[in-house]
Design a protein around this ligand. Structure first.
Ligand SMILES: Nc1ncnc2c1ncn2[C@@H]1O[C@H](COP(=O)(O)OP(=O)(O)OP(=O)(O)O)[C@@H](O)[C@H]1O
Ligand SMILES: [Mg+2]
Length: 422
């Protein structure tokens, strides 16, 4: 058998990164097909909404690849195509600094990996961009901004409206036909924008004035209206291109494991029991397959184990908790439990009682809590909705709750007990 490299072992699963490479992108065939049609249709934008860690960013990366004429994923999925696309495609993740649409537009205009590079080649666009800095060369502004971290809205002398400047520049890029199919702007983590007011209006205006610019907005939300925080009608702007990304099926999750094995030439494999266990634990979240898979492969490699089984996955879960492999999820867990056996028991009882619609009925959960010896469970549920314990639970109505996010709920179920081995 071929020896594999540490690099291959370390990158077989990538919990910390979205999937760029079409080879490693599992499942999602109908969504790719849908997105490819959307990229081919004039005038409509695309949205990807869904739960945390479900694979939204990865899908958006694949959409960028398709938009730039890379059809390898279509080949792999045997999806028919008759042309290669040619977009100028930009990707931006909002993070926590983008608070308004103006912040977003300024970043799009002034970041080198976004529009800045292109604007410099077009004198009229460059002139327009200089308005942002009140006539100063925007390069100076950019250099200064890089020095002090990111460019903020306040640092811009606002003699002109940012959205007008943005629209003008897009129109200029549009007019010179910068790419055959237009410009694709992927805005990831759109849900982080505190106040997205004005976005729908901007889309409407661009649809009229620069029809070849297309947005793909991506974020944690139940639906488009929630993502855009917009209550007016936005349907027409997105036609039928809203992708509501569901959990992954067992077959799709299994494919992630097979792809990882393939990338290390099956030097280490996961047996049936291990795969079943991982898929059950992941509960539709590809992230957890990557998190568990990566840790299991690493220790197996170091201990010269070539077959990973059910028990090995169990012990991997302990390591993930002890080593805080995911410090964010583990931190949230510790905050919610805060060293109390009772609170951990109630948290687990609630996580185990989630119904298929995501709701928890306390009558179900309190029965399980009673099995753990907790008689006053409602008191601990009372804690778990407060900020002090992370507000992981949300009260819907009398006796009904839901978890703030299903990834955390899944983590609770997968994680071994902290305060007791019960
Ligand atoms: N189709 C896929 N095939 C294989 N792995 C995937 C796929 N989609 C997502 N993943 C993996 O699952 C994890 C989460 O994916 P991603 O970051 O795309 O999700 P997300 O929905 O954008 O998450 P977040 O809500 O945190 O932004 C990553 O490790 C990614 O590599
Ligand atoms: Mg993401």
């Amino acid at each position: 058998m071929d020896r594999v490299t540490i690099k291959q072992i370390s990158n077989a699963f990538i919990p910390a990164r979205e999937i760029d490479d079409s080879e490693k992108f599992a499942g999602r065939s109908s969504y790719i097909q849908n997105a490819f049609f959307a990229l081919n249709s004039k005038g409509n934008n695309i949205a990807i909404v869904g739960a945390r860690g479900i694979g939204k960013s990865s899908l958006s990366r694949q959409i960028i690849n398709l938009s730039q004429g890379d059809n390898s994923l279509l080949e792999k999925l045997e999806i028919f195509y008759d042309d290669s696309l040619d977009y100028l495609s930009l990707y931006i993740a909002c993070g926590n600094k983008v608070k308004t649409i103006d912040d977003l537009l300024i970043r799009l205009l002034t970041r080198r990996d976004c529009l800045l590079e292109w604007v410099y080649d077009i004198p009229a666009a460059k002139k327009e961009l200089d308005k942002l800095s009140g006539g100063f060369d925007v390069k100076v502004l950019k250099a200064g901004a890089e020095h002090s971290g990111e460019l903020t809205n306040e640092s811009v002398i606002k003699t002109h409206e940012v959205d007008v400047i943005f629209e003008n520049i897009i129109k200029q890029l549009n007019d010179i036909e910068i790419a055959k199919d237009g410009i694709l702007i992927v805005i990831d983590e759109f849900d982080q924008i505190e106040n997205p007011e004005g976005f729908a209006k901007l889309l409407k205006s661009l649809a009229t004035n620069s029809p070849s610019v297309k947005f793909c907005v991506v974020g944690v939300a139940q639906d488009l209206q929630n993502l855009l925080k917009e209550h007016g009608s936005t349907d027409r702007l997105f036609a039928d291109s809203v992708i509501n990304l569901p959990s992954m099926s067992d077959i799709e999750l299994d494919e992630i494991i097979s792809n990882a094995e393939g990338s290390i030439k099956k030097f280490i494999t996961f047996d049936e029991g291990a795969r079943k266990k991982m898929i059950e634990l992941a509960n539709g979240h590809p992230y957890l397959i990557h998190l568990i898979g990566k840790q299991a492969l690493k220790t197996a490699y170091l201990n010269n184990i070539q077959k990973i089984d059910h028990d090995y996955i169990e012990s991997t879960l302990k390591e993930i908790a002890e080593k805080e492999t995911d410090p964010v999820l583990e931190g949230r867990f510790k905050k919610a439990v805060a060293s109390s056996y009772q609170r951990e028991a109630v948290l687990r009882a609630m996580a185990q009682s989630v119904k298929s619609d995501g709701e928890v009925w306390t009558t179900d959960a309190y029965k399980i809590a009673l099995d753990y010896g907790i008689e006053n469970a409602s008191q601990y549920v009372g804690h778990l909705v407060t900020d002090e314990y992370g507000a992981e639970l949300i009260k819907l109505r009398e006796r009904y709750y839901r978890f703030k996010d299903s990834l955390f709920q899944t983590y609770i179920k997968a994680r071994p007990w902290m305060t007791s081995d019960k």
